[in-house]
Write a protein that binds this ligand. Structure first.
Ligand SMILES: Cc1cc2nc3c(=O)[nH]c(=O)nc-3n(C[C@H](O)[C@H](O)[C@H](O)COP(=O)(O)OP(=O)(O)OC[C@H]3O[C@@H](n4cnc5c(N)ncnc54)[C@H](O)[C@@H]3O)c2cc1C
Length: 498
């Protein structure tokens, strides 16, 4: 999708910056001082050295404190503008460690963040002076080709699942950038290149294992804890730490027809008009998204289509015909490609060089007024990358009833996003303001937003409205499984007051 294109250009522009080096985490061997931390509601609390030491010794994995090797890598997210310092970082070795960490955080009422791939746009997977559970040490994917299932540990990244599944000629639909975390992506919904064909990531879950706020490890499926299974599918990280995702797999050919078609920015209106006409009508096997980019440094902008067709090769030309009618592109890289390679094609070289701000919302159509507002407000600045991009929804994603899972925004034709990206270290104020200004002219065309692209400033009221008719059930579930709102750094559902 567009995120990766936008970032590729910004990263190229920032290529003079030094590459960050990450060192492996090491357990602390020296003394531990008392630690100043905060509770979930922001009150200061001191953790005694004895209780921290006892907790650390109970873990099979690691506890990282400020100054430890690996601490900085763990606390930082993909977006370096979230520069927070947790008081404690737990890197669990197994589900038992996660249970211990959850119990420790609950008993002391600590602010708690859970990190998988660290791609949160709103910085939810790190925290200032609370506890972070960093699932980096908790990765793995095991394919059962006979049962057509893949079992994925809660800290895994998408690329691992694609690689292991495709090695057996099987696939489950995940996202479009291989270093995104399975945890965050799936719990919020999960759109990707084959979602129109096979549904969202949540539509392909067979079961999950989750450590809930009471420290219990629970199995959630349509047969066991079905209420929890419902809430976990789209309810963000509200209900606990998922230790294992079990996805259904589909047979998948190795080669797909994929690539990018790039036009000069002057063709933006034609590209968007074609999307307006064809996004809904396209076959389920076709995923395509427009992106408008003005790169930093004042280089000319482009309007680009990112395309992946995974249907029968003989039907590809017919499926792609409307895209070809836009005109003669500057370049067209569409060809037969290995699906796993396509899934890696947008990965970021070293993304932590780039601060980003994003606004997004779902659209059910793209009227001429929206196209006009997108183009009129699209103003670049040589200090930043400015981008408008989309993620193609519809198809199988839209054929699931709104109340079948916690994810309610099934009507969407696309997820529309506006992004500003700046060199890490620069003052972000103007860049954030520019994205907000542009967004204010197009927001009225959206209905609801993708919780995984939740804006930093989303209020409880926004989140409530976004879950639409499902919010009431989610609030009841939250009250049942997390009455003290231990898991609050997400698209937070407030427990009901007694
Ligand atoms: C470069 C980029 C590309 C993207 N591409 C896509 C895409 O193609 N499709 C798409 O749908 N979205 C996409 N997104 C959005 C993405 O889905 C969200 O950013 C998502 O939150 C990332 O998950 P993560 O595990 O990497 O994030 P994290 O920052 O690690 O976590 C995000 C949230 O999920 C919670 N969480 C994570 N793992 C667990 C777990 N195991 N148990 C409980 N809670 C957990 C965290 O507590 C946090 O609230 C993209 C984002 C970026 C930055």
């Amino acid at each position: 999708m567009k995120r990766r294109e936008f970032v590729s250009s910004a990263i190229l522009a920032a290529a003079t910056l030094p590459t960050l080096r990450f060192v492996p985490a090491l357990a602390r061997s020296g003394p531990i001082a008392d630690i100043s931390a905060v509770t979930a509601d922001g009150r200061p609390v001191t953790l005694s050295s004895a209780e921290v030491r006892e907790f650390a010794e109970s873990l099979k994995g690691q506890l990282l404190l400020r100054g430890d090797a690996g601490y900085d890598e763990a606390r930082l997210l993909l977006n370096p503008s979230f520069d927070k310092h947790p008081a404690l970082i737990v890197q669990p070795a197994d589900a038992g460690d996660i249970q211990k960490a959850v119990n420790f955080a609950r008993e002391l009422n600590l602010l708690l963040a859970v990190k998988c791939g660290g791609h949160s746009h709103s910085g939810q997977s790190t925290c200032e002076r609370g506890m972070q559970i960093d699932l980096k040490s908790f990765r793995g994917a095991t394919v059962d080709a006979t049962a057509k299932r893949v079992s994925v540990k809660g800290g895994s990244l998408l690329g691992l699942v694609d690689r292991e599944s495709m090695a057996q000629g099987l696939v489950t639909p995940l996202g479009t950038v291989s270093h995104t975390g399975v945890g965050g992506l799936t719990l919020g919904g999960g759109f990707g290149r084959i979602a129109r064909r096979y549904g969202m990531a949540i539509d392909n879950l067979n079961s999950m294992d989750v450590v809930t706020a009471d420290g219990q490890l629970r199995h959630a499926s349509s047969r066991e804890n079905p209420d929890l299974f419902w809430g976990l599918r789209g309810g963000s990280g509200n209900f606990g730490v998922v230790t294992n995702f079990e996805f259904n797999l589909h047979p998948m050919q190795r080669q797909v027809i994929a690539g990018k078609v790039t036009f000069p920015i002057e063709k933006a209106r034609d590209v968007l008009s074609m999307y307006a006409d064809y996004a809904r009508a396209a076959p389920d096997d076709l995923y395509f998204d427009p992106m408008l980019v003005l790169p930093p440094g004042g280089a000319p902008g482009v309007a680009q289509l990112d395309v992946c067709y995974s249907g029968p090769a003989k039907d590809a030309d017919r499926a792609l015909a409307p895209l070809r009618k836009v005109g003669t592109p500057m370049s067209d890289t569409i060809k037969a490609m290995d699906y796993v390679e396509v899934q890696r094609s947008g990965d970021w070289a070293d993304a932590r060089m780039l601060g980003t701000y994003i606004k997004g919302g779902f659209i059910s159509a793209m009227p001429a007024d929206l196209i006009a507002a997108l183009i009129d407000g699209f103003k670049g600045d040589p200090r930043r990358t400015t981008a408008v991009f989309f993620q193609h929804c519809g198809g199988a994603c839209g054929r699931v009833p709104e109340d079948a899972t916690a994810f309610a925004n099934r009507y969407a034709m696309a997820n529309m996003m506006i992004m500003s990206g700046w060199r890490h270290g620069d003052d972000p104020t103007d860049h954030i303001e520019a994205a907000r200004r542009h967004w204010s002219t197009v927001e009225k065309f959206t209905r609801g937003f993708y919780v995984n692209d939740m804006p930093r400033e989303a209020t409880a009221k926004d989140i409530n409205a976004n879950y639409r008719g499902n919010y009431k059930k989610l609030a009841a579930l939250k009250t049942k499984y997390d009455p003290s709102n231990l898991f609050r750094l997400n698209a937070n559902v407030q427990p009901l007051r007694a």
